[in-house]
Design a protein around this ligand. Sequence first.
Ligand code: NAP
Length: 243
Amino acid sequence: MSKKYTVITGASSGIGYETALAFAGKEKNMILIARRTEQLTELQKRIQKQYPTLDIIVKISDLSDKKQVYGLYESLKQYDIETWINNAGVGASGALMNNDLKQIERIIQVNIEATTILSTLYVKDYANVQGAQLINVSSAMGYVIALGNVAYSASKFFVSVLTEGLAAELKDAELQAKVLAPALTATAFIQQSSDSELDYKNYQLRSPQEVASYLMALYESTQTVGIVNEKNEFILSNAIFPV
Ligand code: NAP
């Protein structure tokens, strides 16, 4: 039997990094994707030291570049991928009229374009493979309009709708499509995408380890959505948007 792999995009830091450690704990072979080689190889070595029998592959790819996105998927055709996690994402905050347009383009390219292309390619190949799962990382801001982050929020609505819609389309197929919608998490992301007006010390931040444990709970469930709701609790639920 061929080896099975879990793909994690954005595994070089934050939620993706911790998710890779959590999947290592489940003895999963993995393909770890991001742009930063040093961080990914450090993670690869860390996992291989603790779990020497696991096959951990590093792929460097800039997901804001559509050609690299297609090339990445093509380079993974030889692997049997049981789970695909689209976690890589970027943000921006402040009123849209003040946002750097290049950053808005990156939001569209990474959060929307790469997630859609990789989800579609994976579903085309694995819709009828037993046990296959696609998990897309959205955000609680992908379920409520987050003022001060509207482009990011809109990009995550896209991720939520795409994934919930896919789950409905696949109800008679083998592959399960799921969406994780975390709330504010203490990662580099919130510094990179915040403006100086926002003081995150006033918010309750989750740790990336805790969010990785939410992703694992979603992975192990048959529910479609794992979300931090308006009561600030993590819950597993059916699809939220009406079909
Ligand atoms: P993070 O630590 O900044 O991680 C983002 C990951 O995405 C990094 O591994 C980064 O890797 C990768 N990435 C960014 N741009 C990329 C590109 N062009 N090509 C390839 N990889 C790229 O932030 P995080 O909080 O863990 O974010 C993970 C996901 O959670 C994102 O989708 C984010 O929207 C979502 N989320 C975060 C929060 C939060 O408060 N932190 C809340 C809800 C949802 P490289 O830089 O090495 O490429």
